[in-house]
Design a protein around this ligand. Structure first.
Ligand SMILES: Nc1ncnc2c1ncn2[C@@H]1O[C@H](COP(=O)(O)OP(=O)(O)OP(=O)(O)O)[C@@H](O)[C@H]1O
Length: 294
């Protein structure tokens, strides 16, 4: 199964153009959607999840037309939104059973098996009798994914699921996502570049509603491989360096700026060639997009 998004555009009533001619092909496996705040990630995900209408464009999921066959899409969709409310004084097993009923699992025995299996899969079995109000952030996210996985969806959309999780919970959540991504499409929206490099077989970067890079992470990185250099400098020299070089990023290491620059041709002197990363592509493409928009 493949998700095919073609020329999707959306301008909100307040005039914000959240999606501008977005076209993407999303195969099965983990697909990372990267972009800064306000890039349009949630708008895109809500549209794919049949929760809002675009102004123009089309979305196909296998043989389904997502924009007109909404009910059929919802049957095979699992969606974990950026924010969701949970009933604080209900236990996980009771609420999951309730959602399983809403998802159309009518047979009580079948529902019980589905709920038990998901509670095990999300590592919430031991805490299944606990009220959700007492769950930690990570447990709530794992409960959210258990709800999204009800009914064996073919398309799973998770919108910034690791924001606010500690490293242990973040890893646990991402491991869970990669386990479920065999043979289904999982779209993971995130600001965290590392998560995409490590987990996703395909990806896209969007900024100001436009796709500015897409492909396999290794191929996307390949476009700037051999063209990234690094140097240490002092703070006073930084403004001049920005005018003479194509600066990708600067980071303070022990108080001194470490600068990564892009160059089509070899640069000597203080610069050392370094292995290009997805973060380099991300910052470099965003900077180019900003310059083009000025
Ligand atoms: N319902 C709405 N009405 C008006 N403007 C909106 C609405 N939803 C989003 N926007 C605007 O559309 C743009 C894209 O927002 P969106 O939430 O899709 O981005 P995002 O990439 O998910 O951002 P974040 O990472 O901060 O969640 C932003 O400028 C946002 O303010």
């Amino acid at each position: 199964m493949e998700l095919q998004i073609t020329n999707l555009s959306k301008t909100y009533a307040n005039g914000v153009r959240a999606l501008n001619n977005v076209s993407l092909t999303i195969p099965s496996g983990m697909f990372g959607l990267l972009g800064p705040n306000g890039a349009g990630k949630s708008s895109l995900m809500r549209t794919i999840a049949t929760l809002q209408e675009p102004d123009s464009g089309s979305i196909r999921l296998g043989n389904l037309d997502v924009l007109t066959q909404k009910e059929a899409v919802r049957q095979v969709l699992g969606y974990l939104p950026q924010e969701f409310g949970l009933y604080p004084s209900i236990s996980a097993d009771v609420l999951l059973d309730y959602f399983a009923g809403l998802k159309g699992i009518r047979d009580a025995q079948e529902r019980k098996l589905a709920v038990e299996s998901l509670l095990h899969q999300t590592n919430l079995w031991a805490a299944r009798k606990k009220n959700l109000g007492g769950y930690s952030g990570g447990m709530k996210q794992r409960f959210g994914i258990a709800v999204a996985l009800l009914g064996s969806p073919q398309l799973i959309i998770v919108d910034e699921p690791t924001a606010g999780l500690d490293p242990t919970e973040r890893n646990r959540f991402l491991d869970l996502l990669s386990e479920i991504s065999d043979n289904v499409i999982v779209i993971l929206s995130t600001h965290i570049v590392e998560d995409v490099t490590e987990l996703c077989s395909n990806m896209a970067i969007i900024a100001s509603g436009e796709v500015i890079a897409t492909g396999r992470p290794t191929d996307v990185i390949g476009e700037i491989r051999g063209k990234v250099y690094r140097t240490k400098t002092d703070k006073a020299a930084l403004p001049t360096l920005r005018t003479t070089h194509d600066v990708i990023s600067t980071k303070l290491v022990a108080g001194s700026p470490v600068v990564r620059v892009f160059s089509e041709t070899p640069i000597n002197g203080e610069f050392t060639p370094v292995e290009a990363t997805l973060e380099d592509v991300y910052f470099h493409r965003l900077a180019r997009k900003e310059m083009a928009g000025v």
